[in-house]
Design a protein around this ligand. Structure first.
Ligand code: FES
Length: 72
């Protein structure tokens, strides 16, 4: 789905930028151009950033729990 209509950038491309290390709207704009013009897509980009961070935290939690169990 196209999120940034100024540059025709999809949610997939934005998620790829986040996985590549972009952690703010500015870094996403630098990486794939999304949000780098009118900023009308900023709320949608923020939503993707939050959901991606939540997904990463959810996947790292079991590893952390295993580490605590093995050391503690
Ligand atoms: S819609 Fe993304 S910068 Fe304009």
């Amino acid at each position: 789905m196209v999120i940034c209509h100024c540059h025709g950038i999809s949610d997939h491309a934005i998620r790829k930028a986040i996985r590549g290390g972009a952690s703010s709207r500015r870094e996403i704009a630098r990486s794939c151009k999304a949000g780098g013009a009118c900023e009308g897509c900023a709320p949608a980009i923020d939503e993707i950033l939050e959901s991606q961070e939540a997904a990463e935290n959810a996947t790292s939690l079991p590893a952390f729990a295993g580490l605590v169990a093995s050391t503690g």
